[in-house]
Design a protein around this ligand. Structure first.
Ligand code: ADP
Ligand code: MG
Length: 655
């Protein structure tokens, strides 16, 4: 078997050839098969089917497989078969990148070994006390699962002896290298006996890992599986275009309308994760945040609470959530879409566990489309675009849930008092039953009418904006720079505006407040009878732009400002320029802001705001207090008015 036999089925179907190979066909001893049956594993996964026979034969292997493909059993079962439970010495060592993974693997191996008498498994990792580990090592555990750092500590202290090692596993090798454990891994290879079997697993096979394999493995059998159907096909993959400033509100609505038992929300940075986490808690969602920084003990507790149902939403960074295996997770939200397809696969692998179905939703800002495309190309799957639920959807969801529990409530009784109150009300007000019931439902779900909802939305958006505050300014600004193919893995601070001052930047105002694009100025204003819908119509029909490319539209007396996120080439500029609204040509050009010497756009009204900083970040938050004419502004993009918005996308063309 070679790497050439990569399963090219793109994870959409199970390798069809030999119908139903079972665990019994793999050559495993009875006591291990019994444990597998107890676990309810009926059919081996692809990596298990391929790796187990090779390892039982005594070969070294390299396994390229994503998270959730069942690697633990793929190496754990043959490893246990190779050990001597009578010999009380460490015979197998598994290296895993993080504490969580080490614990999970140790736990899984213990389960596999439940019918093997006298076999002990020990997990060693940083942050846990040494004495119990040292005691366990002295009494003679046979399997040690640990993080490289702690394993090296034990080697240094002389408390771990590798001279009886028969089986060595590197789990998630790429991640270990990424975390800087290369030297530690070398050291372990150096101290283990030459006569040992090695299984190396990695989601990717960068040159560094190939070299490790060449140096330390003997004629390894290469096993590569594409995406494992058990994980990926059971996960519905979706995305939604969400401007940065709407992410927080969108997340809330997604969670509020989700039927998943529990969810994980992925953020790119620790700071973002913490903010998102506290925003959710403020809105009454049972959420907690874990990042690489959270103390190990607390992390464990949080994961346990998630598992037991005390917690519904976990907000996490990639590192913190790696390998996390919690069955309750029915939804993964990528609050920030990851730059690397591998990270994406790892993230969505947190749902659809243990044969359940799951859903993964990625928020993509308009300027991140290329990232989405890159992921889709790499994983050879296209994601389905969805619309973010509206506030009305949230209410509907809540009411439906309430109606679902109505029968139970009626049966429970003790309704006389309510019946009496409502009867009296109906008589006194001559109100319709249905109207009263509907109003009660609306009140129960916190919907106090159209007006109030718009205000509430505005308020919540403001809150979210404030919360992000200064801390994230830098991040926010650099988000705005254009993605460059091939540079997805760069930290986004590297791509800040500094390095991206293209020619258009000189004149075009960039909207620092979101992803709504470059600011253009068109020569029609409300004196010409221009309205947002007419402008949208002209830009989409004549200009060939899609409604989604358009951000804010602000209409002034004799001109208007439009944010356009798409690339507007010369040809398009020409067509748009000639397009007419209210009988006047748009004559579009990059907006260069209020001219300082003339005192700003409101010159003829004697305004004095022309010297405002050009990139007045907060101008949208402060309503009229911006570099433009306060008095003239009105009717900004009415298609995106918050009071009746059902999605963040303007409807295509006119309404
Ligand atoms: P990986 O290490 O590749 O990420 P794991 O070994 O952690 O994957 O397995 C992922 C999940 O799939 C675990 O919940 C595990 O119990 C389950 N699993 C593994 N193999 C099978 C199988 N053959 N049948 C059903 N479930 C399995
Ligand atoms: Mg694993």
């Amino acid at each position: 078997m070679t790497a050439a036999e990569v399963n090219e089925t793109s994870g959409t179907t199970e390798a069809p050839e030999e119908p139903s190979i079972t665990f019994d066909d793999l050559g495993l001893p009875e006591n291990l098969l019994a444990a597998v049956k107890q676990l309810g594993f009926t059919k081996p996964s692809t990596i298990q089917e391929r790796a187990i026979p090779e390892l039982l034969k005594g070969s070294d292997i390299t396994g390229i497989a994503q998270t959730g493909t069942g690697k633990t059993a793929a190496f754990g079962l043959p490893m246990l078969a190779a050990l001597d439970p009578e010999l009380r010495a460490v015979q197998a060592l598994v290296l895993a990148p993080t504490r969580e993974l080490a614990m999970q693997v140790a736990e899984a191996i213990e389960t596999f070994a439940s019918h093997v008498d006298g076999l002990e498994v020990l997990a060693v990792y940083g942050g846990s006390p040494y004495p119990p580990q040292i005691r366990a090592l002295k009494t003679g555990v046979q399997v040690v699962v640990g993080t490289p750092g702690r394993v090296i500590d034990h080697l240094d202290r002389g408390t771990l002896d590798l001279s009886n090692i028969r089986f060595l596993v590197l789990d998630e090798a790429d991640e270990m290298l990424r975390m800087g454990f290369a030297e530690d891994v070398e050291r372990v290879f150096g101290e283990a006996p030459a006569e040992r079997q090695v299984a190396l697993f990695s989601a990717t096979m960068p040159p560094q890992i190939r070299r490790v394999a060449q140096h330390h493995l003997k004629n390894p059998v290469e096993i590569a599986v594409a995406r494992q159907s058990t994980t990926v096909t059971s996960v519905t993959q979706e995305y939604a275009i969400v401007p940065f400033r709407h992410k927080s509100g969108s997340l809330f609505r997604v969670l509020a309308t989700s039927d998943a038992d529990a969810a994980i929300v992925f953020c790119r940075t620790r700071g973002a994760a913490e903010e998102v986490g506290s925003a959710l808690v403020e809105r009454g969602i049972s959420a907690a945040t874990i990042s690489g920084d959270v103390a190990q003990k607390d992390r464990e507790k949080i994961v346990e609470r998630l598992r037991s149902g005390q917690l519904d939403v976990l907000v996490a960074t990639d590192v913190a959530a790696r390998g996390l295996d919690v069955e309750r997770i029915g939804l993964v939200v990528n609050f920030d879409i990851p730059g690397e397809p591998e990270a994406y696969v790892h993230r969505i692998g947190r749902t659809g566990r243990a044969g359940r179905s799951g859903r993964a939703l990625s928020f993509v800002t308009p300027s991140e489309r290329s990232k989405l495309k890159f992921i889709e190309r790499t994983i050879r799957t296209s994601l389905t675009e969805i619309e973010i639920p509206s506030p009305a959807d949230v209410s509907e969801h809540k009411v439906k849930k309430m109606l679902g529990s109505l029968e139970t409530r009626i049966e429970a009784g003790r309704l006389a008092m309510y019946e009496k109150l409502i009867t009296t009300y109906l008589e006194e007000h001559e109100a319709e039953n249905i109207t009263v019931a509907a109003a009660l439902a609306a009140i129960a779900v916190g919907d106090s009418g159209p007006r109030a909802r718009a205000e509430q939305e505005e308020y919540e958006n403001q809150l979210a904006e404030d919360r992000r505050g200064r801390k994230n300014r830098e991040e926010r600004e650099s988000r705005f720079s254009k993605d460059r193919p091939g540079r997805f893995d760069r930290d986004r601070h590297d791509r800040g505006d500094r390095g991206d001052r293209s020619s258009r930047d000189r004149g075009g105002r960039r909207d620092r407040d979101g992803d709504s694009g470059t600011r253009y100025r068109i020569a029609v204003g409300h004196k010409d009878g221009a309205e947002a819908r007419g402008i949208v119509g002209a830009l989409t029909n004549e200009g060939g732009l899609s409604g989604r490319d358009l951000g804010r539209i602000e209409i002034f007396g004799s001109f208007s400002l439009v944010d356009i996120s798409a690339n507007v080439d010369e040809d398009m500029m020409g067509r748009i320029s000639r397009a007419r609204v209210g009988g006047k040509a748009l004559r579009i050009r990059l907006d260069d802001g209020p001219a300082p010497r003339s005192g700003g756009y409101d010159r003829d009204r004697g305004g004095d705001r022309g010297d405002r900083p050009r990139f007045d970040r907060d101008r949208h938050d402060r309503g009229g207090d911006r570099g433009y004419d306060r008095g003239e502004r009105r009717g900004r993009n009415d298609w995106n008015d918050r009071s009746d918005r059902s999605s963040f996308k303007p409807r295509r063309g006119n309404r």
